[in-house]
Design a protein around this ligand. Structure first.
Ligand code: NAD
Length: 285
């Protein structure tokens, strides 16, 4: 028996990175998966988002584990699309127990227009609300909702420093808003025995971190920093030494705990998976 055997999990941003990792670990532990990803660029995304091939790869990897998966291309800003994906998934898989609102966008750069602020908030905050909203009518006692925040939600002067432009400010705004959203929704849903928690990762080794705008955030002293230039600076965020980033699996381990019945009385938790990053910074936690 796996730790989430017999459950069905809805994971957004599942084509690659942390979302794929969450889908795979939950599947390894016995869950079937409903997966969505945008699989195209948004207007202000200035680094590559996932592709349809990436989502197909997630499907193949879950099926290799002998679990079922329903995968669709959908934008978390489009609530009606999410409602339809969840309906399709439940028609096929029979139930819904776990929601992992993980999809995210972080377009950094002072050259982006102010509208990048709103696009980022629409994906990273409204997208989380849309995801939960699409799932909620199908959730019952024992269900678990997990939202992905960020170290950026708990510290000041990181993505929201002026050099990171309106997308960075929007990212910090949206991720900060995950904290009270999770706390207040956890209280509202407690009478129904539905739990709501957040994971807050530090630098994580995915396409979002390994991108030119992020290299510039960590190496503002260089005009065109490379991955190699950024690696040493990545480690400066964490309190634990020589940790430039964590792997997606480290975050998935936290998601698995929060998804499983092992955490049946854990709700409203802001679970930092951050190698001490927030302990080091002026922080809001
Ligand atoms: N990588 C990091 O260092 C880091 C740190 C803290 C928090 N996070 C958060 O972790 C989550 C996962 O990001 P990741 O690190 O795996 O990066 P990633 O870029 O690899 O994954 C994000 C996924 O979300 C998808 N996506 C983006 N906009 C979407 C939309 N509108 N609708 C549906 N899907 C959309 C992308 O296509 C991509 O597959 C995000 O919420 C991110 O903000 C990342």
């Amino acid at each position: 028996m796996g730790r989430v055997s017999g459950k069905v999990a809805f994971v957004t941003g599942a084509a690659r990175g942390q979302g794929r990792s969450h889908a795979l670990l939950l599947a390894e532990e016995g869950a079937d998966i409903i997966a969505v990803d945008i699989c195209e660029q948004t207007e202000f995304a200035n680094y590559p988002l996932a592709t349809a091939d990436d989502l197909a790869e997630t499907v193949a990897l879950v099926e290799k584990l002998d679990r079922r998966i329903i995968a669709r291309t959908a934008d978390v800003r489009d609530r009606a699309a999410l409602v339809s994906v969840v309906a399709d998934g439940i028609a096929e898989l029979g139930r819904l127990d776990i929601v992992v609102a993980n999809a995210g966008l972080c377009p950094l750069g002072a050259d982006l227009p102010a509208a990048a602020f709103l696009e980022t908030v629409e994906v990273d905050l409204v997208g989380v609300i849309n995801t939960i909203s699409a799932a909620l009518p199908h959730l019952g006692a024992g269900a678990s909702i997990i939202a992905t925040g960020s170290v950026a939600s708990l510290v000041v002067g990181h993505t929201d420093s002026p050099t990171n432009g309106p997308g960075g400010a929007g990212y910090a705004h949206a991720k900060r808003a995950i904290v009270p959203l999770v706390r207040d929704l956890a209280l509202a849903l407690a009478p129904e025995m539905i739990r709501v928690n957040a994971v807050h990762p530090t630098n994580c080794d995915t396409g979002m971190l390994q991108s030119e705008p992020m290299y510039r955030l960590f190496r503002p002293d260089l005009e065109a920093p490379t991955r190699e230039d950024a690696e040493s600076a990545f480690a400066s965020l964490q309190a634990m030494p020589n940790v430039p980033y964590i792997s997606p699996r480290e975050v998935s381990n936290a998601v698995l705990f929060l998804a499983s019945d092992e955490s049946r009385y854990v709700t409203g938790l802001q679970l930092k998976v951050d190698a001490g990053a927030t302990l080091k910074q002026p922080n809001l936690s």
